[in-house]
Design a protein around this ligand. Structure first.
Ligand SMILES: [Zn+2]
Length: 417
């Protein structure tokens, strides 16, 4: 292994990002490639064509994850990169697509320059990362975190099942059980992704080295009071559920300040009042509470503080308080060694970098359960994502692609890493 750094073919990379961004683009400029939709299938077809054109091995596993492979050898663990080409409705052009195309480009460069590699390299476009049907289907299947029950119960918001959606595209959902890879078949995993937050952009730094991915808890909360006549019930004799909820919401920032970290976030994003009439005192307030952090201990401390605050408000206002936990996702730490490899690659090319956590979920979260995993972020203009306003400068994209390429090169060409 020399000290020279490899470079992507930027014009080719740019042309591919632009070509993929036209698949599923609507007149509102948003991209509509939800998992297993016709547009998703068109994008998959396009990607398969690119893999074949580049002279890489094309492989589709049982979860319909698309793999492009170089130097494939079943007996050796592969260095893996990947992300997703499915989108949320009205998405931007980089979320997921960037990591897949930069993975493709990295393999093309390693192939063309006939680099001697000790290990196979593969990039993967994971199915349904955005959770159109549930969770992260593709990376869950690949890491063995899936069951027949899970596959049968996965549905989209319109009630279409994953099984039927895949059948409409000629795919068999139960085959996903065969997509599982063993831990010893993967040497390491790195995902390149846009930050989807404002930290790199506001600090004018091109490369983010991700330290860990936030876990989260999502609660469904109900405060019950007494629905009553809005005209005849004196203010001092009310058990108004909305007042209880409002008092709690005003406490959220204090709780984060006292029990959280600068990474912690909490959101009430859905609210419903019952019976919901202008002349009736709200008898019940149902609302969601979601909070995230990279530390499991902090998440537990926040959970305790939220619970205590809710129960004391309920007691004082004579309300009934109930909650259920609808999601509990553990935080994940990125591998220290992988973070160092990314840092060194950025250094070697003179790119400024910054260590930061990921507030959004990614396929890397699943891969980290079976292999050494890490992530590279590039800036998102003003932190905008899941929107047609998503944008990253071509300079930053090129920097990110080169850091990914050289990190993969280090891992695949060096026995000691
Ligand atoms: Zn994504």
């Amino acid at each position: 292994m020399g000290n020279s750094t490899l470079k992507v073919n930027f014009e080719r990379l740019k042309a591919d990002i632009e070509a993929l961004s036209e698949i599923g683009r609507a007149p509102d400029l948003g991209i509509y490639r939800t998992a297993f939709s016709d547009n998703d299938m068109l994008a998959r077809q396009w990607l398969k064509g690119k893999i074949t054109e580049a002279g890489l091995d094309l492989y589709q596993d049982g979860a319909a994850n698309i793999h492009g492979r170089l130097n494939w050898d079943n007996k050796k663990p592969s260095v893996m990169t990947g992300s997703h080409i499915d989108t949320v409705p009205g998405a931007g052009y980089l979320d997921g697509a960037l990591g897949v195309i930069c993975g493709l480009e990295a393999l093309r460069v390693l192939n063309e320059q006939q680099i001697n590699l000790d290990f196979p390299v593969e990039f993967v476009a994971f199915s349904d990362e955005e959770g159109t049907f549930n969770g992260m289907f593709g990376s869950q299947a690949l890491t063995g975190d899936i069951s027949p029950e899970w596959i049968h119960s996965a549905k989209n918001l319109e009630g279409l099942s994953l099984v039927d959606a895949m059948k409409q595209q000629g795919l068999e959902a139960m085959d996903a059980l065969s997509a599982m890879r063993t831990a010893d078949s993967i040497r390491a995993f790195i995902e390149l992704h846009i930050e989807q937050g404002p930290i790199l952009d506001s600090n004018k730094v091109s490369i983010g080295v991700v330290e860990g991915i936030c876990g989260l808890q999502r609660w469904d909360i109900s405060l019950k009071g007494v629905p009553n006549h809005a005209g005849t019930t004196p203010m001092t004799m009310r058990q108004d559920a909305l007042h209880g909820m409002s008092e709690f919401v005003t406490q959220i920032e204090r709780i984060i300040e006292e029990h959280g970290t600068t990474t912690s976030v909490a959101t009430v994003g859905r609210v419903e009042l019952l019976p919901g009439a202008a002349n009736v005192i709200p008898g019940e307030a149902r609302f969601s509470l979601e909070f995230r952090d990279t530390s499991e201990a902090i998440l537990e401390e926040l959970a305790d503080a939220f619970r205590l605050t809710l129960s004391s408000i309920a007691r004082r206002r004579q309300l009934m308080f109930e909650f259920s936990v609808s999601s509990d996702i553990k935080p994940v730490s990125c591998d220290q060694g992988i973070q160092e490899i990314i840092t060194k690659a950025a250094d070697a090319m003179g790119h400024k970098y910054f260590s930061l956590p990921s507030g959004a979920a990614h396929d890397t979260q699943k891969l980290a359960a079976i292999t050494r995993a890490g992530m590279i972020f590039v800036p998102s203009k003003s932190g905008r994502s899941h929107s047609a306003a998503e944008w990253t400068s071509w300079d930053d994209i090129e920097s990110g692609a080169n850091v990914l390429l050289n990190s993969l090169y280090q891992l695949a060409g060096n026995d000691n890493l």
